[in-house]
Design a protein around this ligand. Sequence first.
Ligand SMILES: *[C@@H]1O[C@H](CO)[C@@H](O)[C@H](O)[C@H]1NC(C)=O
Ligand SMILES: *[C@@H]1O[C@H](CO)[C@@H](O)[C@H](O)[C@H]1NC(C)=O
Ligand SMILES: *[C@@H]1O[C@H](CO)[C@@H](O)[C@H](O)[C@H]1NC(C)=O
Ligand SMILES: *[C@@H]1O[C@H](CO)[C@@H](O)[C@H](O)[C@H]1NC(C)=O
Ligand SMILES: *[C@@H]1O[C@H](CO)[C@@H](O)[C@H](O)[C@H]1NC(C)=O
Ligand SMILES: *[C@@H]1O[C@H](CO)[C@@H](O)[C@H](O)[C@H]1NC(C)=O
Ligand SMILES: *[C@@H]1O[C@H](CO)[C@@H](O)[C@H](O)[C@H]1NC(C)=O
Ligand SMILES: [Cu+2]
Length: 785
Amino acid sequence: MSSFKSLIVALLAASTVSAVPSRPQRTWDVHASSRRTNEPSGESCPVPKTIETTAKVPSPFRHLSQCELKSITNWLQAPERGLNLTDPSAEGLSISDNYVWHMEELKPNKTDVLNYLDKGEALPRYARVVIMEGGREEPGVAEYFVGPLPISDNTTVQPLDYFYNGRNGARIGFDGRFTDGPLRTAIDECVIKHMSQIADITMDMTGLVYYGSDDERTNSVYFIPNPYSIDGTQSVAWSTWRRNGLADYDLISDLYVGFDFHGTDPSLWKLRMIVYNNIVYNSIEELREAYEAGKIEMRPHVPTDDSFLRKDRKGPVRELEDRIAPAIMEPDGKRYKVDSNNRYIEYLGWQFYTRYDRDVGIQFYDIKFKGERIMYELSLQDAIAQYSGNNPFQASTGYIDRFYGIGAQVGRLVPGYDCPYHATYWGTEFTSGLNEIRTNSSICIFEADIGVPITRHTDPSYIQSTKGSKLVVRQIATVGNYDYLWDYAFYVDGTVTVDAHASGYVQGTYYRPEDEGKWGPRIHERLSGTLHSHVMNFKADFDLVDEENTFVKTDIIVENVTQPWFPERGTFEMMRYNITELEEETLLPNPANGQSMYTIVNKKHANKWGEARGYRMLPGLSNVHLPAINSPFFNISGQFAKQAFSVSRHHDGEQQSSATLNQNVPDAPLIEFWKYFNGEDISQKDLVIFFNLGMQHYTRSEDIPNTLMSEAHSSIMFAPQNWGDHEGTVDLQNAIIYNRDPDAELVEPETNGVNPPACYALGPEDALLGVFEGMGIPYAHSKPV
Ligand SMILES: *[C@@H]1O[C@H](CO)[C@@H](O)[C@H](O)[C@H]1NC(C)=O
Ligand SMILES: *[C@@H]1O[C@H](CO)[C@@H](O)[C@H](O)[C@H]1NC(C)=O
Ligand SMILES: *[C@@H]1O[C@H](CO)[C@@H](O)[C@H](O)[C@H]1NC(C)=O
Ligand SMILES: *[C@@H]1O[C@H](CO)[C@@H](O)[C@H](O)[C@H]1NC(C)=O
Ligand SMILES: *[C@@H]1O[C@H](CO)[C@@H](O)[C@H](O)[C@H]1NC(C)=O
Ligand SMILES: *[C@@H]1O[C@H](CO)[C@@H](O)[C@H](O)[C@H]1NC(C)=O
Ligand SMILES: *[C@@H]1O[C@H](CO)[C@@H](O)[C@H](O)[C@H]1NC(C)=O
Ligand SMILES: [Cu+2]
């Protein structure tokens, strides 16, 4: 505690320094005491300040302002539009009204953005509008685009058909709609009506009763999992019953009540089924009859103590763990610049814009390295989870988190814990519903040591070592029970990585010894883990130099060969490359044993050695896809999650692999991903890679109270492959070289003028002099020079 306080004091003291600190540099004086570095100066290094810059071109992306939201809403609600819209803020708004549910900036077409960025042309501005159409003869939810903006005589509203290729166009059936306020109210009335009739029985079965969330007798909450429809024309909704507590996800009972919420008239809604202890009761009457006949076998109740779900410290303290953990330091100040207004970043040769929306949060655009475009877009598309279990809830759960709004669930980051101290924070601005939302400190940007030198070598005549650094942009979204952390990192060598981690609460199942752990081990008194898969889909729109790229597959194949200089060997197995260019849009597996390299190259741009300049895609940890690819709950809606990689041609009409409203219409989603793969030629074309990160979640007692980010980790890397004439860090100044000098006892290293500033306290072991000492003498273990 005390060391933490003193750090805070030090930080406060440092932050009051107003003038730009002078940077006394330490030089390596061979004649001075050779083994010692400086004495601590007594002054701490100043808090590094975020450096603001201005993007050459203002960001092509801008969320709709409150003013725009208002003018578009008024325009849409005007009788001339013929949309018969009710004001969504009207008292008594009901599901049988037509009203605007959500509005946001329509993602501009790439063609227009490139014309804007590269040629300075004007960028047309449009809104994407989602309208609940419960007041239509055939009720549904439909998406439109409205523009050009600002509203003028030229503004039109049109179905967003070019974006969506599903069988119903830009429309889903009404039963697959979002669970918004009016729907929740209607559902709750129906649930209360039924659950209050059986409160005496549910109390006996589970210890839980429900009379409505405001009723003081109520001690439970219910959750309606998704998907609750198949194609939007029928409702198969389940309610799961949990004790009201800290994290009700893990206070679950063995009771499941199924409802039919079909259509816009709640008076027609029905209870379909009650399941308790895996026995089906088709009506309240059937349940009561069994209950009164004493035929229901009662199971142990949901525990009332939720303290096992808290993370209050417990257990003996570990020696020295009262000291603060190691931290990232920037003793010489920031090495990246941001344009906060334009959400633009520059870092050691990198430059890119970011965009933010309700569905997925942060996205990256126009990513350039050393002045050349690498990617037009790198963005999360969706995060889904497929569950399993011996009950109606887990067996039918298939979350599509874009639906809940990953970007809308990104919260304030905890400095020093969620992100390193001294990180740069950005708030986020986006629209959700008809509101302009602003959050503070929900994206963090920081530079980190990659933990290893990026290159090094020790030679009898020479030693070199080069620092490895990367810029990380982090977002953490808490979507219900789970916390997802996404890191996008840009390395000094031109590598880009995406890392996903998960924590938060597992969605537990009521523990039944009869299940024999087939869907997860017992993890608490009345709780078992639930086997499930996470798959997160991303889009990488490569534009290597320009938009004409080719996908190359380099397989390592093994053949029996003979070679004339091995007469004694006969035939023997050896490997070689088999290099093929993919000709058509393709879905691709994860290469088994790493025996295939996937690269994107630009054949018109060779490096100095005549090799096509390219980038490689390296699977990292846990690049999984859905195991049950024929599950009805992700039938067509989850096609993007059914293979590791894909390569397709960019089209302005194929922007996303998933859609918000895909969630509840697995058979009739807005986007049918596999339709993007229609045999188009992909040789020297504008290519897009969709790839998956994820994890098969083998739940364990260590998921309580919260899942560990160490193991819940998935990653991928995009690395230069013959992109340059040599590797991309030879220009770095944060590199050291020792050249052997047979006449000198100690070799003074060359550090390109980059040395720790005097405020950065170093110890004797940090001395650079002496490292090369004696290197020339024991040649025995070295290659001859
Ligand atoms: C307009 O919407 C209301 C519900 O808000 C509905 O009752 C009415 O029938 C609709 N009118 C037309 C012409 O569709
Ligand atoms: C409407 O479109 C026409 C034709 O493209 C153009 O000449 C005119 O300036 C536009 N009007 C407005 C208000 O943008
Ligand atoms: C965000 O920060 C601004 C400026 O410091 C402050 O006015 C605002 O209340 C903050 N918003 C929230 C939601 O904390
Ligand atoms: C090479 O030949 C051996 C012996 O015939 C055979 O067992 C092996 O499968 C062959 N390997 C390949 C890659 O064909
Ligand atoms: C090389 O790859 C191509 C394309 O996948 C395949 O058709 C061919 O059989 C492979 N060649 C060998 C020798 O395996
Ligand atoms: C997937 O959807 C199609 C089209 O509606 C349907 O024919 C098929 O039976 C569905 N398959 C599964 C596994 O649900
Ligand atoms: C984007 O491109 C598509 C396909 O070319 C086109 O149909 C659509 O109108 C464009 N959208 C906008 C807002 O210009
Ligand atoms: Cu999980």
